[in-house]
Design a protein around this ligand. Structure first.
Ligand SMILES: Nc1ncnc2c1ncn2[C@@H]1O[C@H](COP(=O)(O)OP(=O)(O)OP(=O)(O)O)[C@@H](O)[C@H]1O
Length: 203
């Protein structure tokens, strides 16, 4: 069985005449938390959009779960969960109802996964509160819940700490570490925090 989840080979994306990313090779091993660090505009979101199939490369290849056939992206997507940019929510619904919509969309049988996900991301006490009344930290947790509801093997997070206060960052960091430790979840996470000390602290 493959020991890595993701491998890119000379991955490039060009918009008109400019490369957003050029010849990027990364390998994310099974069970690791991989940090993608770069300043604003470095190409982090582009990279994650390519990996999740939201955009197509202009050069190079992406190997996910040992499969580099681009036509298989729908199959491998089922094994991934992602938060890219700001996830969309139904603001007049509760966390439970939002998760129910995603459960139905993904065809996940039984409602146990909703309760479990709500507990996992720490939204148990929100009960019937509507998402429009959520704090940013709660919205991040719900986004994470949506990404996790299908029990993925690979979680991709694009700048998940943006806008969070220091406490929210610590809570999110602990949750990601817990998911990695207890579920063996492999995580690819981006950040524009270029100070190595800060980023090491994050992980
Ligand atoms: N749809 C697009 N059309 C044209 N150019 C784009 C598009 N998406 C991204 N770019 C360009 O590609 C480069 C990389 O952008 P990207 O959003 O991937 O960087 P980033 O590292 O995620 O930045 P940030 O930290 O600000 O989110 C930028 O120069 C950006 O302007």
């Amino acid at each position: 069985m493959s020991k890595y989840i993701l491998r890119t080979n000379k991955l490039s994306k060009k918009y008109r005449n400019d490369f957003a990313i050029e010849n990027i090779n990364i390998t994310v091993k099974k069970g690791e938390i991989y940090g993608l660090i770069g300043q604003n505009g470095a190409g982090k979101s582009t990279m994650l959009r390519l990996v999740t199939g939201l955009a197509f490369p202009t050069g190079g290849s992406i190997d996910l779960f040992g499969n580099d056939n681009p036509n298989m992206i729908t199959e491998v997507q089922k094994r991934m969960g992602a938060i890219i940019e700001n996830p969309a929510f139904f603001s007049n619904m509760s966390a439970y109802e939002n998760l129910e919509v995603h459960r139905l969309q993904k065809g996940i049988p039984g409602k146990d996964c909703i309760k479990n996900t709500i507990e996992l991301v720490g939204l148990k006490d929100t009960e019937k509160k509507k998402v429009k009344n959520f704090s940013l930290g709660m919205k991040q947790r719900l986004g994470l819940g949506i990404a996790l509801i299908s029990d993925p093997e690979f979680l991709i997070l694009d700048e998940p700490t943006n806008g969070l206060d220091p406490m929210g960052i610590v809570e999110l960091r602990e949750l990601i570490k817990k998911l990695n430790r207890e579920r063996g979840l492999t995580v690819l996470i981006s950040s524009h925090i270029c100070n190595n000390r800060c980023f090491n602290k994050f992980l």
